[in-house]
Design a protein around this ligand. Sequence first.
Ligand code: AMP
Length: 381
Amino acid sequence: MKRIGIVGGGQLARMLALAGRRLGVACEVLDPAEQPCAASVARHLRGDFDDLQALDRLVADCSVATFDFENVAVAPLAHLAQRMPVRPPPKALAVAQDRLEEKRFIAELGIPVAPFRSVDTLHDLRAAVDELGGPCLIKTRRFGYDGKGQWKLRDSSDCESVWAALAGTPAIAEAWVPYQRELSLIVVRDAQADHRLYPLTENHHVDGILAHSLAPATADAALAAEAKRLAFALVDALDYVGVLAIELFEVDGHLMVNEIAPRVHNSGHWSIEGAHCSQFENHLRAVTDLPLGDAEARGCSLMLNVIGQWPDRQALLACPGVNIHDYEKAPRPGRKIGHLTVCADHPNELGERAQRLFVAAGKSALWPALRERIAAISVQR
Ligand code: AMP
């Protein structure tokens, strides 16, 4: 049996390990926590990510290494890469970890990104705001996630306060993008440069955290072609192996890349039930040189994150067609502790199921906006 070493033992590693069970691919997770959420479904190697002894154990136990979060330092992965294949390549991680490198890399491929400037001093910040105009966003170059490490700046009068909040952390300034939708793409590539692309997914955030995803998103042929071009260009340029997630803005019928994540992604969780082969299984297939699976959607799907605490289980389980994914994580405000998916052959049925689910999950306030989006899928069909 092939064994995959996963650096990080969070819910993404857990869902990779669960997919591996079916596929006959065992996973071993390296994580410093006593009981990370992947540990109940995979062998757990307890150690810090930069613990060379633990990394060498991973080398001894496994034939290939991957990772489940992008803030793991590049150095330990480079250590692994000298001893075993590391997929995706550490270069992809290095690019995705630094918003400035990431934007430059994507822009050099001719793929649209928001106009941006590097910000290391208050002078840079003032110059950036002058050039980009207000409003704009200031984001730390590293370690930002779920809207953390970023500030909206209305105009140059906000420079001093934002500079104080940054406290000298290297950052970028980004022009404000008046987007119509937030979309994402999950693409998988293997070592023979074979690709599979999941359909565009529409994402809705609340307080900077992904609340729910709808797939496939409505997209005409031109938008779908644009998505395919940019996804394949990105993975080919990185000589990528595995799943890459691409977060996008739709602006006036065109796509602009916001950021990339070199891993399986929350906006692809719907694919567990909603696609022929899930993002998790396809990632495992790619990194172990197995043939890639079909990324086409089966009907349409809605994924709702469970954040902070679980709603009443009885009510959730009474919802027709619901699939519950409990990550076995302790509840905490703002923490993703599970997700729920409903699928259907037809958007009308998806709408009925999603409405029941949103009521049971206590998310009725989010329902009217989603109803419109589901209706849009129905119209396109
Ligand atoms: P990020 O951390 O880059 O994923 O950004 C978090 C969220 O902020 C995104 O999901 C968008 O809703 C919003 N956002 C990020 N960049 C921009 C931008 N340049 N213009 C408008 N909204 C943005």
